[in-house]
Every structure is written in C-alpha cells, then in structure tokens.
Design a protein around this ligand. Structure first.
Ligand SMILES: [Zn+2]
Length: 161
C-alpha cells in the first residue's frame, strides 16, 4: 500500500498546528504525557518513550513496534512538539499486525484519529483542521476508531495464561 498522504500530512501539520499550539515537550516529560493521553483514551499499555539516535531521521520522531511492545522514539536532546508526540500516539492507536488493515500508514483512519486527538488535547477547532485538510487534498475518516485494544487484550490473555 503506497503511503501517498505522508508528505501532505507533514506539510499540513506544520502549516496549521503551530498557529494554535506551540508546546514543546522536554524528553523527561514526554513519557508522562503519553501515559496520560493513552489512559484517558481508555487503554492500558502506553507506548514507551525511547531515545532516537541523534542522526536518525529528519522528522525527529518515530513510532515502532517490538512484538506487542509499542515504542515512540524521540530525540533526547530536543524538546519535541506536542503535536508530534500526538502524531506518533495516533499511529500506535491503529493496530497493524493482523494484515486486516489494508490502509496506508498515513491513510484516512490515521488522519481521523489524529485530528480528534489534536482537538481534544491541544484544543484546535476540528472545523479548522478539516478545512485545511480539504485544501491540502488530505483524506480523513472522523469515524475511525482506535484498534489497539485488540493488541492489548491479546497481551492480557498471554499474561493470564
Ligand atoms: Zn507518521
């Protein structure tokens, strides 16, 4: 599946979100924020914050998985934009391991979940996010629901066994 919205979304988030929110999170505070959002959304096992190699990527953050363990890598020396943390959280809320989800990683479901988190945690009006997404030719699905609960329940069953 071609990830054809990826660069459009990068442009969109940097052109829209900083008008509403300038929050930069120090490395030492990132885990607490991830935990708070994860639990508030009704999930149990928050992604773990780990340090990204200083020369790793241009974007400065990455969502990865090791088995059922969710990881968000950010740069230890940087303060990471709050919206970038939320972007990576939104990736982890869509569980991809089953192959049932054929959508691109930055597809409409990801975008819908991301936009709703931006509204809730950074107080950015959804209507503004929607209009600007249309202008940038980005598809989104606001009815998309996180699927990571499946992964968490599998982890619970493993523990109980
Ligand atoms: Zn992404």
């Amino acid at each position: 599946m071609r990830d054809d919205q990826r660069s459009k979304i990068y442009d969109w988030e940097w052109s829209v979100i900083p008008h509403w929110d300038q929050t930069k999170v120090p490395y030492k505070d990132a885990q607490e924020i991830v935990n708070l959002i994860w639990h508030e959304e009704g999930f149990k096992y928050p992604p773990k914050i780990m340090a990204l190699r200083p020369n790793a990527t241009a974007t400065g953050a990455q969502a990865i998985r090791e088995g059922s363990k969710l990881i968000i890598q950010i740069k230890r020396k940087w303060r990471t934009r709050a919206f970038i943390l939320i972007h990576e959280i939104a990736h982890h809320m869509l569980e991809k391991s089953t192959g049932a989800d054929t959508e691109a990683i930055h597809g409409p479901k990801f975008m819908g979940i991301y936009m709703k988190l931006l509204r809730k945690y950074l107080s950015i009006p959804l209507i503004h996010l929607m209009v600007r997404a249309h202008q940038n030719g980005i598809r989104y699905n606001l009815r998309a629901k996180p699927t990571v609960g499946r992964l968490e329940r599998a982890r619970d069953r493993k523990k109980a066994a």
